[in-house]
Ligand binder design. Structure first.
Ligand code: CA
Length: 526
């Protein structure tokens, strides 16, 4: 069927905005007249801004009802408003912020939604049943990978209830200033990742022997709930941490190391294989949301739909983390206002201040965030990007804050402070204990993780069409007018329950698209 050419469409986020986004695929040519009567003075690409009124030099350019910049010259109505015409505003200072001032009415709880998950001894719930092999140091990565290939080929077929075997490879562990104060970040990140709910408490470690990050430092006694429980029950004769040390004299030759790893893996596989999915309430979801490869549609379609879904999850009693410090920094006043208590607001300010100082040490600021692709996609600067990013957090009160690498211990909406880097954010959300990941993209990225299902949401129908076997949800339907934010939010919520239950696989799972774990190490290397 031949569709008639769609009528010209722009999208405004707020009644007081003086720019709007061109929605049509391929953009619109000069001379296009919108139903409002506005005529384009020049060609405007899709996702880019058009001036709705004459913008005087020095005047505020408003989107999301905030100044995203100041006009560097007079910009007539109907012009393309791109980043070269805008002076970026300074970052909001961190004093005199509104503290826990917004008191939204509590929406009714959302009861009755469940999924099929793996209940863990510590009370957490996994959405997948994975044997993860923790490593103390990068030196052991090659040997561990060799062993994992053999485990997958020779052992895994015997344990059909186990979904996968994953080596937790990383670049840390030695050659680092391990006693520097900030080294706590990568160390606790690694520790908490190995305790992620999707690994069932079955912690096994491969160590080299001479590295700085010794196994007892990575996982001190008492840090693994399951081992402690088995010990208490008398079920483990040797409650020590399960470590294969490659430099151990017992290993003569490479194959001895590989076989030692396989022998240990078999014990864990047996226990993991005995686990069964059971029906659990949706409140057991721990969802990490982030965006990557953003465009101007991120803040119109995908992120608002994720925000609506975030509100559903919070109403269902689940935990939702949003992150990406440089992408929320410009909205700090909104966030402190939405905090449940002044203490939570203070913790938000603490994380922003820490990150401001971290960036200053590198002689940059939050404006280092935006990419060439963001700008091609219509995002002029970090202020505009941030406003579109924050909407992923929906409208629920912010009830907690995590420093990078900390483990989440509460329900509700939480700010997990992380860099915006896709891989570092995902790695830190894994450490916080996420059992489901939601990722929005406009430019398109095939991002995926081996440790947790990643549901990818496209901001534009054009991307969803081209990447039909990579994108799980098309929020571009919102810009096309064929679905509402609420409808896509519900679609995402239901898909989450299916994916969490193992009834559906995400495209990234189907193709086994696994990005690296990337640790955030703000401390020096040696
Ligand atoms: Ca990101």
């Amino acid at each position: 069927m031949q569709n008639a050419a769609p009528s010209p469409l722009y999208i405004t986020m707020h009644a007081s905005d003086n720019v709007a986004i061109v929605a049509n695929d391929g953009g619109l040519p000069a001379g296009t007249v919108f139903p409002s009567g506005l005529a384009l003075r020049e060609q405007v690409p899709q996702g880019h801004k058009v001036a709705l009124v004459d913008l005087p030099k020095g005047g505020a350019v408003r989107r999301y009802n905030v100044p995203i910049g100041y006009a560097l010259k007079d910009i007539p109505a109907g012009s393309w408003v791109h980043e070269r015409l805008l002076q970026m505003p300074d970052a909001r200072g961190l004093d005199n912020l509104p503290m826990a001032t917004v008191k939204p009415a509590t929406p009714p709880p959302l009861d009755g939604y469940t999924f099929e998950g793996f209940r863990n001894p510590d009370g957490s719930v996994g959405t997948r049943n994975i044997l993860a092999i923790t490593q103390t140091v990068q030196c052991v990565a090659g040997v561990t990978d060799f062993a994992v290939q053999r485990i997958k080929a020779e052992l895994l077929p015997k344990y059909p209830n186990v979904d996968d075997v994953v080596a937790l490879e990383h670049s840390y562990g030695c050659g680092v200033a391990i006693d520097a104060p900030d080294a706590v970040v990568p160390i606790r990140t690694l520790r908490n990742i190995s305790l992620n709910p999707n690994f069932g408490g079955e912690v096994m470690v491969v160590s080299l022997g001479c590295e700085k990050l010794q196994p007892e430092r990575l996982l001190p006694p008492g840090s693994i709930p399951l081992v402690d429980q088995r010990e208490a029950a008398g079920a483990v004769s040797d409650p020590k941490l399960d470590v294969v040390c490659l430099q151990d004299d017992a290993h003569v030759g490479f194959m001895a190391m590989v076989e030692a790893i396989m022998l240990q893996a078999q014990q864990h596989l047996q226990r993991l294989n005995a686990r069964q999915r059971e029906t659990v309430p949706a409140s057991e979801l721990v969802v990490g949301v982030q965006c990557g490869g953003s465009d101007a549609f991120s803040g119109i379609t995908a992120n608002p739909a994720v925000g609506f879904c975030t509100d559903l999850l919070v109403r269902a009693g689940a935990a939702v983390m949003f992150s990406e410090t440089t992408e929320v920094r410009d909205g700090i006043a909104q966030l402190t206002a939405r905090a449940t208590t002044p203490e939570v607001a203070q913790a938000l300010i603490r994380e922003m201040a820490w990150y401001d100082a971290y960036l200053r040490r590198g002689s940059v600021d939050r404006s280092a965030n935006t990419t060439p692709g963001n700008k091609q996609g219509g995002l002029s600067n970090i202020v505009e990007k941030a406003m579109g990013s924050i909407v992923k957090s929906g409208s629920a009160p912010i009830s907690g804050v995590l420093a990078p690498g900390e483990k989440l211990k509460q329900k509700g909406l939480v700010y997990a402070a992380t860099p915006a880097s896709d891989f570092i954010c995902g790695t830190l959300q894994l450490a916080a204990g996420m059992n489901l990941h939601v990722f929005t993209t406009g430019r398109g990225t095939p991002y995926g993780l081996a440790q947790v299902p990643v549901i990818k949401v496209a901001t534009r129908s054009d991307l969803a069409r081209r990447w039909h076997d990579l994108m799980d949800v098309n929020a571009g339907a919102i810009a096309d007018g064929s679905a509402t934010v609420e409808e896509v939010g519900w679609e995402l919520f239901r898909l989450m329950l299916d994916v969490a239950s193992g009834r559906k696989k995400t495209w990234a799972e189907q193709w086994k698209l696994h990005n690296a774990l990337v640790l955030f190490n703000p401390a020096p290397v040696t």
